[in-house]
Design a protein around this ligand. Structure first.
Ligand SMILES: [Zn+2]
Length: 220
């Protein structure tokens, strides 16, 4: 996952070296203030590389506001345009900016897929996302004792619209909370979803893997 131009380039290089990895390119809202116009052409070129399967993380973060909100807004829109042009799905970061994120996304029909990563909205927003055909990104926060809301949302959200994520190094699931996250810890998320859905972890794993292949257009 890229968060600015330099990290996007590093992500692509890594994905070209490691057969198990794919990359996403983009400018995170935290880094929006550092954008210079010539970066867009560079990102567009990177986006065309074979191992790049998405544009992200992009979006809005009004919790930290490391970049001014109006700059975040402009950089988000610009990248939705580019992603649509490049026919890539988008990975959206939305922190304390639910209303604005949903409003901007609604102005960009014809995107090649949208996932709200580390979904943190309420029930109503989840329903709106599903109605629009978006995916919900689910990770360690699902296992946190206080997060009944997300577990409640997952009771009704269909299994075929969930994407699993680590958000590494952040948000390790409950038994490892506070440590550096890693893919192996996803078992705790899978088990929690299985419990909520009244099924076995294997079914959740198979369904979410198929979702990822579909969303990112991966060759099976
Ligand atoms: Zn994020």
């Amino acid at each position: 996952m890229g968060s600015d131009f330099a990290s996007s380039r590093r992500a692509v290089t890594l994905a070209e070296e490691e057969p198990d990895l794919y990359a996403a390119v983009g400018v995170h809202p935290h880094e929006a203030a550092g954008v210079v116009p010539r970066m867009w052409e560079g990102l567009r070129l990177l986006a065309g590389r074979k191992r790049v399967v998405a544009w992200g993380e992009i979006g809005l973060d009004f919790h930290y506001n490391f970049s001014p909100p109006d700059v975040q807004d402009a950089v988000f829109r610009k990248q939705l345009e580019l992603a649509r042009e490049c026919r890539l799905p988008v990975i959206v970061h939305d922190r304390e900016a639910h209303k604005e994120t949903m409003a901007i996304l609604s102005e960009f029909p014809g995107l090649n897929g949208v996932v709200l990563h580390c979904f943190s909205g309420g029930m109503e927003m989840a329903e709106e996302c599903l109605a629009r055909g978006y995916y919900l990104g689910i990770g360690g926060t699902l296992t946190y004792p206080k997060n009944n809301l997300l577990r409640e949302i997952l009771r009704t959200a269909p299994l075929d619209r969930l994407l699993l994520e680590t958000d590494c190094p952040y948000l390790a699931p409950q038994p490892w909370r506070g440590k550096r996250n890693e893919p192996a810890y996803l078992t705790a998320v899978v088990e929690t979803i299985a419990e909520i859905k009244g099924t076995v972890p294997e079914e959740v794993a198979a369904a979410t893997a198929a979702n990822a292949r579909r969303f990112f257009n991966l060759v099976a």
